[in-house]
Design a protein around this ligand. Structure first.
Ligand code: ATR
Length: 276
């Protein structure tokens, strides 16, 4: 029996057990995937005794992604680029760390909007936290000409740009409408747009007619940003798909089968989000 799980603090609202539970059942694998509440002061002890705790590996969520990266023995390129890990597994007694948020975002973007990349056009990223880093890395890997990062605190956008180099440019938050107008993708990586978390104030009518608008927020499923983009006739990419796709590589590592993100799985998690 293989056991995996997700660690975080708090962890009660994680939907990862629903996702992995769906795949375990679909494959008929006698494994488990559970929520494991781990307090910040306990994360190192927990990860160092992962095998003794009976786990083949785990997902890592807020606030442990940076600690998990630091503690891991083998840091994969996906995690090094971001400086944080969300997927851990044991191999030969060593703790391996990867970051699958980049994969999750880019895979869903390509699935929903295969034509997202417009020759020589920049992309716009709202926010400069851990999620922004994962997505900026994905755009650079995809070969975009320039990534424009807009963040409320300018210093954090500058840090992110410095980390990734000349193709990433930092902007002030209040420049987001003017400097997103020629972009081929605009993505929100901030928590703004979640229930009760304020407004992004993006004027979708100013965006290029072929601009793809994405949001990593998935509660609600259709954020104000996505709704206004859809109303302006633009292609939209929701946050739930990224959540589902980022789970794929972890499941394959722990349970040995590569799962598929089906419409049925999407609908199952969407129903859970709507009920929350
Ligand atoms: P994550 O790891 O999920 O990206 P994070 O590191 O806490 O989370 O980053 C949150 C992002 O949302 C940051 O870019 C933050 O902006 P600051 O760096 O200025 O804090 C952004 N954010 C949160 N609340 C915001 C708000 N009300 N308006 C604009 N940006 C906001």
């Amino acid at each position: 029996m293989t056991n995996a799980g997700v660690i975080g603090w708090p962890i009660a609202h994680s939907r990862s057990p629903l996702i992995h539970g769906y795949w375990l059942k679909a494959f008929g694998i006698a494994g488990t995937y559970t929520r494991v509440p781990v307090e910040p002061q306990d994360v190192e002890r927990f990860l160092r005794s992962l095998a003794a705790e009976g786990f083949a590996g785990c997902n890592v969520t807020v606030p442990h992604k940076e600690a998990a990266f630091r503690i891991a023995n083998e840091k994969h390129a996906s995690a090094v680029a971001v400086g944080a890990a969300n997927t851990l597994w044991l191999e030969g007694g060593r703790l391996h760390a990867a970051n699958t948020d980049t994969y999750g975002f880019m895979t869903y973007l390509a699935a929903r909007a295969p034509q997202w990349q417009r020759r020589d056009a920049p992309v716009a990223v709202l926010g400069a936290g851990g999620a922004a880093r994962a997505i900026v890395h994905g755009f650079l890997e995809a070969g975009v000409a320039q990534v424009r990062v807009f963040n409320r605190s300018r210093a954090r956008a500058d840090d992110l740009a410095a980390h990734f180099g000349a193709k990433v440019r930092a902007f002030d938050w209040d420049q987001r409408n003017a400097h997103a107008a020629d972009c081929c993708v605009l993505v929100n990586t901030t928590s703004v747009g979640m229930k009760g978390e304020g407004h992004l104030d993006i004027d979708a009518t100013r965006l290029h007619a072929s601009c793809v608008v994405a949001d990593i927020v998935y509660v609600p499923l259709e954020t104000e940003l996505l709704r206004s983009a859809r109303a302006a006739g633009l292609t939209t990419v929701d946050g739930l798909g990224m959540l589902l796709h980022q789970a794929v590589p972890g499941f394959e590592r722990w349970f040995g089968k590569r799962p598929v993100v089906t419409d049925e799985l999407y609908d199952l998690i969407a129903a859970d989000v709507r009920a929350s």
